[in-house]
Design a protein around this ligand. Structure first.
Ligand code: COA
Length: 261
């Protein structure tokens, strides 16, 4: 199915794809079409061999994404709500399972679905003005894009329960303190800091990096035995050329030249 991309900007810089939610006037709120666009764009980027990693951010200096688009909530019946949540899960799982690094560069409010989107990325960097929260209880719902599960995995059950039950917002420093974000920078340096880390990762053995993503995600998947997944990924890496190259380069005291094979 063709999806015309009207709410996302995609720029590529030396193999790094920067995907920007481009609805600044509406605080980059995530309508259902936008979630579909994200699905389409990440599917395409996955197949793009030039891409070494993705940075997801929001346009402007106010919002990463201030949640699902609340104007789409009125008149939503039970089965439509279920499907909306399912569509969000499919897209956010696609991002979480993306085989190359995906960093959320949180440049302002990450509320509700916006916080959930940031949590679906492999990790998060935030600007000092960023604010996080799951305010769904103010609207009479619960997080529906994976937030109830991912927030627990990131900050623990007690903190997650408090954030979701109160709907309170926290600032970037508090998000850093509880492990929701990995780094806080000033807003001017947010993209550069994210790019720098993608470049660090891009210099490693690509199949091993994909393996790390798979093993990390296995931790939260109750249908999988994480240790068994680790054994399989570890064994799979052992048969790659990059593994031979990495080990040989270390022994020869030189830098490894990885090929992604
Ligand atoms: N859905 C739809 N529209 C949204 C939105 C959302 N989640 N968040 C912001 N907007 C819109 C506002 O309605 C406003 O539109 P308008 O200019 O046509 O009136 C515009 O974005 C600017 O937002 P505004 O509220 O005027 O900005 P602010 O700086 O005063 O406040 C927030 C910023 C983020 C605190 C506030 O917009 C907010 O609380 N948003 C909703 C957050 C939320 O509950 N998200 C969870 C959804 S499940």
């Amino acid at each position: 199915m063709m999806t015309d991309i009207t709410q996302l900007l995609i720029e590529k810089d030396n193999g790094i794809a920067v995907v920007t939610i481009n609805k600044e006037q509406k605080m980059n709120a995530l309508n259902r079409k936008l979630v579909e666009e994200l699905n389409h764009v990440f599917t395409e980027l996955k197949q793009d061999k030039e891409v070494v990693g993705v940075i997801l951010t929001g346009k402007g200096q106010k919002a990463f994404a201030a949640g699902a688009d609340i104007s789409e909530f009125t008149g939503l019946d039970e089965s439509q709500a279920y499907n909306m949540s399912k569509e969000g899960h499919d897209t956010f799982n696609l991002i979480e399972n993306f085989p190359k690094p995906v960093i959320a560069a949180v440049n302002g409010f990450a509320l509700g679905g916006g916080c959930e989107l940031a949590m679906a990325c492999h990790f998060r960097y935030a600007s000092e003005n960023a604010k996080f929260g799951q305010p769904e209880v103010n609207l009479g719902i619960v997080p529906g894009y994976g937030g109830t599960q991912r927030l627990i995995a990131l900050v623990g059950r007690g903190r997650a329960a408090e954030l979701m039950m109160t709907g309170n917002m926290i600032d970037a420093q508090e998000a850093y303190r509880i492990g929701l974000v990995n780094k806080v920078t000033d807003i001017e340096n947010l993209l550069e800091a994210s790019k720098k880390t993608i470049n660090t990762i891009a210099a490693k053995a690509p199949l091993a990096v994909t393996g790390v993503i798979e093993c990390v995600n296995a931790f939260s998947d109750r249908t999988l035995d994480g240790m068994e997944r680790e054994r399989n990924v570890f064994a799979g890496c052992a048969s790659t050329e990059d593994f031979k190259e990495g080990a040989t380069a270390f022994m020869e005291k030189r830098k490894a030249n990885f090929k992604g094979a």
